[in-house]
Write a protein that binds this ligand. Structure first.
Ligand code: UGY
Ligand code: MN
Length: 248
């Protein structure tokens, strides 16, 4: 949509960013020929990971990321196949995969598809084995209550296992539900609003947020969310996890 006075809900600060779809910029990146890539979070803003949308025409194919990089793929629309070790896994909307660093693979769109991809340098844990491939579907993960009022629940997409250096969850807030307190922690977040909306506190500001918005919360960014509206709000949220704060 054309905006006469250059308005946007996007804000980029030192310790947080909110990127709304009206400010998406398409930028080609290696390994994704033919795809419409929008990088929404990257080390250029201070994050230690990359998060991007990939719009793929039918038949487009993506290659594995660089050395030492692990990749999380979440299907927003359409269907893709993830092929590794000679085996093809079909992923449709709300299906996901965490592909460990060093795993040769490719991703092919079997229809027009839209993905959210998150990549980071894997941080190994001394004495622990390399993590396995994770493939799953949001609806198949148990929904665990997270608040006494019954208004907040979480689905964990990655196994609870210290071999993994990240956690990726889907949090669901019933209307009126909120985080119980303002969190301040050393881990950072990449977030995608999946459904509904509400108000996000980031540092000392409160922002209206809606489905499609992406948020980066850097280390120690004070954060809080309250759901507004008649329908539940859901978001996908990444955090670096299971590692010593000294490990980087
Ligand atoms: O897991 C988390 O730190 C999560 N509760 N943070 C958030 O929703 N902003
Ligand atoms: Mn948090």
């Amino acid at each position: 949509m054309r905006r006469q006075f250059g308005e946007t809900r996007s804000v980029v600060g030192r310790r947080h960013a909110l990127i709304s779809a009206d400010s998406h910029e398409v930028t080609p990146i290696p390994g994704w020929p033919g795809a419409r890539i929008v990088v929404v979070i990257s080390p250029h803003m201070g994050a230690r990971f990359v998060q991007f949308f990939a719009g793929m025409p039918e038949g487009a194919a993506a290659q594995a990321p660089g050395e030492g990089v692990e990749r999380f793929v979440f299907v927003l629309e359409g269907a893709v196949t993830l092929t590794l070790g000679g085996e093809a896994h079909r992923l449709e909307a709300e299906d996901y995969a965490l592909v460990p660093a060093g795993t040769a693979h490719h991703i092919e769109a079997v229809s027009v598809a839209r993905l959210m991809v998150l990549e980071k340098m894997f941080v190994p844990l001394e004495g622990a084995a390399h993590p396995d491939l994770v493939i799953g579907s949001v609806g198949k993960q148990p929904s665990r209550p997270m608040s006494e009022d019954g208004l907040l629940s979480v689905r964990k997409l990655i196994p609870v296992d210290e071999r993994f250096d990240c956690e990726i969850n889907v949090m669901e807030f019933q209307p009126g539900g909120s985080l119980a307190y303002v969190e301040t922690h050393f881990v950072e977040h990449g977030l995608l609003m999946l459904d509904g909306g509400g108000v996000y506190r980031l540092d000392d500001d409160w922002f209206p947020v809606a489905a499609g918005d992406v948020i980066w919360m850097g280390p120690y960014c004070p954060q809080w969310f309250g759901a507004l509206g008649a329908t539940p709000a859901r978001y996908l949220i990444y955090k670096n996890w299971n590692r010593d704060p000294m490990a980087g």
